[in-house]
Design a protein around this ligand. Structure first.
Ligand code: DGT
Ligand code: CA
Ligand code: CA
Length: 465
C-alpha cells in the first residue's frame, strides 16, 4: 500500500504479476507466488470451501472444545450442520455457565491465525486452513432456539419467524415468546412443535417445501447415516488404485458393510491402467478366492465384481458385452469428450443406458465443484430413459463431485428413478466419504426405497438381475 499504492485486489494482482512485490523488504518470491495463488483460489471459489475438506477439521476443533470442562454441550450449526456442499464459514454453538473461559480457550486454540472479534459470548476467528469460525455461547434454556436460529438457512428462518408471528408469537435465537413469557426454547423439537410442525433434519432446512411438508406432517423419512449396506464404486490396485482388493474389502467389513463392489476402470482409461477383457477374467478368479476365504471364516460378506466402463462419444462402451455379462454388475461413466452439445451428450448417455448390461451411471452430470460445470444434458430425458431401462443413477460422495446434486436427487426421486450412494474410492481411507454422499441424498429428500445400496445383499443381487 505504501510503496506501490495498492488499493484493491486488482492492483495487488497486477503488482504480483509484474514481480514488484518480491523485492520489497520483508516480502519475497514465495510470498508473491502465494498471493497469486490466493487470488486465483478466491476467483474460483468466491471464498467458499468444500464441505468434505473442512468437515474433518471442524470436527477436530469440536473435540478440542468438548474437552474443556466448562463446555456442557457443543454443536456445529450453519451450513455445516445442513451439510451443504460448500461452506462460507463454520458456526459453533456452546452451552456454558462460564463463557469467558470458553472464549479465552477458543481464541487461543492452536491453528488460530487471526481473531476478528472477541466479546463476552461471541467470538470469530480465522484458522490456519483459511476458513473462519464463529462461536456463540448461550445458556441452557435457549439452546434449542439458538441451535434452530444458527442452523438456518436464513430463508428457512424467515418463514419460521413468519409462522410464529401469525400465531401471535415471537421467535428469536433466545426462544419462542408469547409477550414476555418464553414458551419454548430448550430444544428444537419443542420449538417446531409449538409452531405446529414436525422436527426436521437440518439437511432439509432450505425453504424448498420442507415447511409446508412439516406443517402437514408429511416430511420424507430421509435415509439415516448408518443405513448403507455396501459401497458399489471402489477401485483397487488392479487399475492403479492405492490398495489391494483384499485391503478394500477389509475396510468395507470394518465399516459394517455386507458387500463391496470392486469397479476398476476399463481399457480406454490408459492413465489409470484400465483393465481389458482378459484382465477382468483374471480379477474374477482373485475375487472368487477371497470370497471363499471370507466364507470359510464364517463372514457374511461378499465382494462383487463390477467395472467402471467408459461411455465413448457415440454412446458405445470401451469393452465387449461378452466380458460385461460375466460381472455381477456394471457401472458406466463419461470420462472424456466433455465438450459435446446437449443433444449429442444426452443421446450418448441414453444409448449407454439402453445397453442391458449396464446397471449404474457414475457421476451422471460430470460436474467438478469449483472446477468444472456439468456437461450439457437434458436431465428430464435422462430420467425418463433411466426409468424405462431400470438404470440406477449414482450419487458420488467424492468431496469435489457430489454429483448428482441435491436438486437433481429430488427430481430423480420424483421420477421414480433409483439411485446408489458410492464413494468412488481410490484408497481405502476414502471410503469414509460416504457420509458426504448420504448427506447429499438427505438434502435431496431421498428415502431408503430410493437408494439401492440400503438393501441387503440378497435383495441387491435380485435387483441387479
Ligand atoms: P455459509 O456460512 O455461507 O455457508 O452459510 P450459513 O447458513 O452457515 O450462514 P451464516 O454463517 O452467515 O449464518 C449462520 C446461520 O445464522 C444462518 O444459517 C442463519 C442464521 N442467520 C445469520 N444471519 C441471519 C439473518 O440475517 N437473518 C436470519 N434469519 N438468520 C440469520
Ligand atoms: Ca456459516
Ligand atoms: Ca457465520
Amino acid at each position: 500500500y505504501q510503496k506501490l499504492g495498492i488499493k484493491n485486489l486488482k492492483d495487488l494482482e497486477k503488482a504480483a504479476k509484474a514481480h514488484k512485490i518480491a523485492p520489497l523488504f520483508g516480502f519475497g518470491p514465495k510470498t508473491e507466488k502465494n498471493i497469486l495463488e490466493g487470488i486465483a483460489f478466491l476467483k474460483r471459489s468466491k471464498g467458499r470451501f468444500l464441505l468434505g475438506e473442512i468437515l474433518p477439521q471442524v470436527k477436530e476443533v469440536c473435540q478440542s472444545l468438548k474437552k474443556l470442562k466448562e463446555v456442557e454441550r457443543i454443536d456445529y450449526c450453519g451450513s455445516i450442520r445442513r451439510m451443504k456442499e460448500t461452506i462460507g464459514d463454520a458456526d459453533f454453538l456452546i452451552i456454558s455457565k462460564n463463557p469467558k473461559r470458553v472464549m479465552d480457550f477458543f481464541v487461543g486454540l492452536p491453528g488460530v491465525i487471526k481473531v476478528w472479534s472477541k466479546g463476552r459470548t461471541k467470538a470469530s476467528i480465522r484458522t490456519k486452513a483459511g476458513f473462519d469460525i464463529d462461536l456463540r455461547v448461550v445458556p441452557r434454556e435457549s439452546y434449542g432456539s439458538a441451535l434452530q436460529y444458527f442452523t438456518g438457512s436464513k430463508e428457512h428462518n424467515i418463514i419460521t419467524r413468519k409462522i410464529a408471528i401469525s400465531k401471535g408469537l415471537k421467535l428469536s435465537e433466545y426462544g419462542l415468546f408469547k409477550g414476555r413469557r418464553r414458551i419454548a426454547g430448550r430444544s428444537e423439537k419443542e420449538i417446531y412443535r409449538a409452531l405446529g410442525m414436525e422436527w426436521m433434519p437440518p439437511e432439509l432446512r432450505e425453504n424448498k417445501g420442507e415447511i409446508e411438508a412439516a406443517l402437514k406432517g408429511k416430511l420424507p423419512k430421509v435415509i439415516d447415516y448408518d443405513s448403507i449396506k455396501g459401497d458399489l464404486h471402489c477401485h483397487s490396485d488392479w487399475d492403479g488404485g492405492a490398495n489391494s482388493i483384499e485391503e478394500m474389502a477389509e475396510r468395507a467389513l470394518e465399516m459394517g458393510y455386507q458387500y463391496i463392489g470392486i469397479t476398476d476402470h476399463t481399457k480406454f482409461l490408459r492413465i489409470e491402467k484400465g483393465l481389458d477383457e482378459k484382465k477382468l477374467a483374471e480379477q474374477r478368479k482373485e475375487i472368487d478366492k477371497l470370497n471363499l476365504k471370507f466364507q470359510k471364516l464364517g463372514l457374511k460378506f461378499k465382494i462383487l465384481q463390477g467395472c467402471e466402463a467408459n461411455i465413448m462419444p457415440d454412446g458405445s462402451l470401451d469393452i465387449k458385452d461378452q466380458a460385461l455379462k460375466k460381472l455381477d454388475f456394471v457401472i458406466a461413466g463419461v470420462h472424456s469428450s466433455f465438450k459435446m452439445n446437449k443433444e449429442k451428450m444426452t443421446q450418448r448417455i441414453i444409448r449407454a443406458m439402453k445397453n442391458p448390461n449396464i446397471n449404474i451411471i457414475s457421476h451422471p452430470t460430470g460436474r467438478l465443484l469449483q472446477k468444472r460445470d456439468q456437461y450439457p444434458i437434458d436431465f428430464g430425458r435422462i430420467l425418463r430413459s433411466a426409468k424405462e431401462t431400470g438404470t440406477i443413477l449414482e450419487i458420488n460422495s467424492w468431496p469435489g463431485r457430489l454429483d448428482l446434486n441435491d436438486y437433481k436427487i429430488r427430481q430423480a426421486k420424483e421420477a421414480g428413478v433409483k439411485m446408489v450412494i458410492n464413494t468412488d474410492s481410490h484408497h481405502k481411507d476414502q471410503m469414509r466419504y460416504i457420509e458426504l454422499g448420504i448427506a447429499q441424498a438427505r438434502r435431496g429428500w431421498a428415502e431408503k426405497k430410493d437408494i439401492i445400496n440400503c438393501r441387503p445383499l440378497k435383495e441387491l443381487l435380485k435387483f441387479f438381475k
